[in-house]
Write a protein that binds this ligand. Structure first.
Ligand SMILES: Nc1ncnc2c1ncn2[C@@H]1O[C@H](COP(=O)(O)OP(=O)(O)OP(=O)(O)O)[C@@H](O)[C@H]1O
Length: 479
């Protein structure tokens, strides 16, 4: 088992134990740099991330890692240049140095820090800077191709639209707007477009970028008075693949700049493919002129995979890992893990790692043992969805029925929005599920409620302590 597999298995365990925010902001962008004699080095890209991990997540991280590898582990967090992420050797092999990326969402440092090369006994190495700059120049993950993408009813339309764009950039469906929940393959499809476009014509200028990086680049350019260079860079591309556009909502300067980038590219028949976790009309605080532009071309959604697709994905991943996984185990995992494909992959990695470390065959028993906490958490989380409503209503001294009712007075609206926020943060419920739980409300109303509370707890200390108190009761109930 290599470092990437260990880290993936660790992340999949932690994903169910930490809040969505901590997972996305602190854990997912981190990487396991080395693991040697029970000492693990975790690489992060900023002091804030290091502090967050050390203050809040060190213990769960240590425990999860220890469970994956089967022995006690000491964890040290380092600030590293994560362009130089550790990868299993096949994907480190650059044939022409032109396209390589370490993970779906690279963290791009403006000034590369020296790559860290702590010793490790696993035969793995930390990628060096020349490779990092090669990654930066292209940003495409060579593993994310159309041929490694399993098509099922949940993603058929999105796949077909992306393929059409890759074969006719600048023509079909411009812009193409892909939306769907976490871990359902949007990033994979963006990269697949980029890879295919470049396979067909290496001269085409393709740029994959997350909207967060676009924002950071803009901020840096403004600070360094290099906005002209920024514009040159972003407006001279043939295919722009921009991920997670929802993050530009509410950021006025970024929206303004992106609006002009969009117009320049679109009017020159350059292609723009956008991904988001929700459709344009549900991105609150997105400027109307941008929203209408996003709706110019084709909007397609990616849905959670059905059982057949989950089974096919597991089979393909097991084959890629060269691990024999019996059909009944594949079936077991496909039934148990339904929410997203990243988690599905994580569970398979974890089962394979567990079996390897215990020198046991992969069976339903080993799979159950490997995923015990994950499956246990799922059970606990389901109980919590109903219980959360109860706890929230008790906290505010109102009836659960009032949360479900149409009443819009403030003493009910705030508790209802807090319930929406906590259901979203603390359970696996979708926006639609939450809307249904709360008297059949629309998912956009739920999203609005969640975002409002998420924003207000930053400035309203009373609300923050209310939410914290309720959260504590939820944790106590989980036991
Ligand atoms: N249809 C598929 N076939 C094979 N692998 C898939 C498929 N869909 C997703 N995956 C894999 O699942 C993982 C998560 O996918 P990806 O990162 O593209 O999700 P996403 O929708 O962009 O999620 P997020 O919104 O969290 O960024 C990736 O490793 C990807 O390769």
């Amino acid at each position: 088992m290599n470092l990437t597999q260990i880290w993936k298995a660790t992340l999949s365990a932690l994903q169910t134990q930490t809040s969505r925010h901590d997972y996305e902001a602190l854990l997912r962008p981190a990487t396991l740099l080395s693991l040697d004699n029970g000492a693990a080095f975790i690489g992060v890209s900023s002091p804030g991330q290091k502090e967050g991990l050390e203050n809040r997540l060190l213990m769960p991280l240590r425990n999860a890692l220890a469970r994956v590898v089967g022995y006690p582990v000491q964890v040290q967090v380092l600030i590293a240049n994560l362009n130089s992420r550790t990868e299993p050797s096949p994907s480190l092999t650059l044939s022409n140095g032109s396209r390589l990326m370490s993970d779906p969402e690279p963290v791009v440092a403006e000034t590369p820090a020296p790559a860290l090369t702590p010793g490790n006994g696993t035969g793995e190495r930390v990628v060096q800077l020349d490779l990092a700059s090669a990654m930066r120049s292209g940003m495409l993950n060579p593993r994310y191709t159309f041929s490694s993408f399993i098509v099922g009813s949940s993603n058929r339309l999105a796949h077909a639209a992306c393929l059409a764009v890759a074969d006719n950039p600048g023509q079909a469906y411009n812009p193409l707007f892909l939306y769907g929940g976490v871990g359902l393959g949007k990033t994979h499809l963006l990269h697949a477009i980029g890879n295919r476009v470049l396979d067909r014509d290496p001269e085409i200028n393709v740029l994959y970028v997350s909207s967060e990086k676009f924002t950071n680049d803009l901020i840096n350019a403004i600070r360094r008075q290099q906005t002209e260079e920024f514009r040159m860079r972003y407006r001279n591309i043939d295919v722009l693949l921009i991920d997670d556009i929802q993050f530009i909502a509410g950021k006025d300067a970024t929206q303004e700049e992106f609006f002009h980038t969009f117009n320049t590219l679109h009017s020159a028949a350059k292609h723009i493919v956008i991904s988001s976790d929700r459709p344009p009309k549900a991105i609150l605080t997105l400027e109307e002129r941008l929203r209408s532009r996003f709706e110019w071309g084709l909007i397609v959604d990616v849905q959670p995979p059905d059982l057949e697709t989950r089974t096919a994905i597991l089979r393909a991943k097991a084959e890629q890992m060269s691990v024999h996984v019996p059909d009944e185990v594949i079936d077991f995992l496909a039934h148990k893990i339904q929410s997203n494909i990243r988690e599905l992959e994580g569970s398979l990695n974890r089962v394979a790692a567990y079996a390897e470390l215990n020198r046991a065959p992969i069976t339903i028993e080993t799979a159950t043992a490997a995923l015990a906490d994950l499956l246990g958490n799922q059970r606990r989380r389901r109980i919590s969805a109903e219980a959360i409503l109860q706890i929230v209503s008790e906290h505010y001294g109102i009836e659960v029925e009032q949360l479900r009712a149409r009443n819009r007075s403030r003493h009910v609206v705030v508790p209802r929005q807090v319930a929406m926020y906590l259901l979203r943060e603390e359970t696996e419920s979708s926006l639609v599920d939450i809307g249904n739980l709360l008297g059949g409300r629309d998912h956009t109303t739920v999203m609005y409620g969640c975002e409002k509370i998420a924003e207000e707890i930053n400035s309203d200390s009373r609300l923050r302590s209310e939410v914290m108190a309720i959260r504590e009761r939820i944790q106590m109930l989980r036991g």
